[in-house]
Design a protein around this ligand. Structure first.
Ligand code: PAF
Length: 277
């Protein structure tokens, strides 16, 4: 595996690649969720590029940028084990040199949920992902369904900016008790880790209600909130049942609908979602 840190080195390596290139953008501190993306990229492409870049532009001023978990050596070992061809680890100065002034703003789909709770977040995501796509020029890029809104934002951007590549959505990988894998799970104390199962339990409740015929979005939402509030260390940021494409709130739920939530467990904010079937 080549480890490259500059745009020019990556471009040189890319120009010698023959056949399809699968790309997995990450912020590192890799877990099985990331490795599932990498394995899928490995199966479907001749070459695989992974990036690790903790993108300051997508963190708000009160967020966890400084404490975001990092372990380059461990990540390198894991990626070696997946036969990744190139690991791209640029510095902040490499991605945003002095004078940097260009941003990508995706409208509409960014207004709700994460976009409403984390102003500027998707501007940072779209900007860095557009840059990474321009640098790597992948045939396919692999993103997790756990960040359902991010997936919609990136798909929209790729379509609107005529980027010649496919976006592949990969299902969320869960711990045995249902907690979605996330680099931020490392922040949880053992007690918080137990409490964090409330996210998955609330999503399963939504699925159960919908399967039994409950179609009122407000009723599903209220019952999810009620369940989450029964967990003392959980605090709801948002709970939503929305159209899976537009993310508009649904009064009357009809598939494909996305139940999604953001919940604080102590000082850790976790997100998750389920497609109601
Ligand atoms: O999902 C992530 O890890 C990040 O938002 C991404 C897509 C790597 C952009 O920084």
């Amino acid at each position: 595996m080549q480890v490259l840190r500059t745009v020019s080195d990556l471009r040189r390596a890319r120009s010698s690649m023959v056949g399809s290139v699968g790309f997995v953008p990450t912020m590192g501190y890799l877990h099985q969720g990331h490795l599932t993306l990498v394995r899928r990229a490995r199966q479907e492409n001749q070459r695989v590029v992974v990036s690790i870049f903790v993108n300051p532009m997508q963190f708000g001023p009160q967020e966890d940028l400084l404490h975001y978990p990092r372990d380059e050596e461990r990540d390198r070992g894991l990626l070696e084990g997946e036969a990744v061809d190139v690991l791209f680890i640029p510095s902040v100065a490499e991605m945003y040199p002095a004078g940097y002034s260009t941003f990508v703003e995706v409208e509409e789909v960014t207004r709700r949920l994460e976009g409403a709770s984390r102003p500027g977040h998707f501007r940072g995501v779209a900007t860095v992902v557009a840059k990474l796509f321009n640098i790597v020029m992948p045939t396919r890029a692999y993103l997790g369904e756990k960040d359902a809104q991010q997936l919609l934002v990136v798909r929209r951007m790729v379509q609107d900016l005529n980027m010649d590549m496919a976006i592949v959505a990969v299902p969320t990988v869960r711990e045995p008790d249902g907690l979605a894998m996330s680099s931020r799970n490392v922040y949880l104390s053992p007690e918080e880790r137990r409490a964090a199962t409330i996210l998955w339990r609330a999503l399963q409740l939504a699925q159960g209600l919908y399967s039994k015929g409950e179609k009122r979005g407000r009723s599903i939402r209220d019952q999810m909130v009620h369940l989450i509030n029964s967990e003392p260390s959980a605090k709801v940021d948002y709970v939503n049942v929305a159209d899976a494409e537009t993310l508009e709130d649904l009064e009357e739920v009809k598939a494909p609908a996305l139940a999604s939530l953001a919940v604080w467990i102590g000082k850790t904010r976790l997100i998750d979602n389920i497609m109601l079937k």
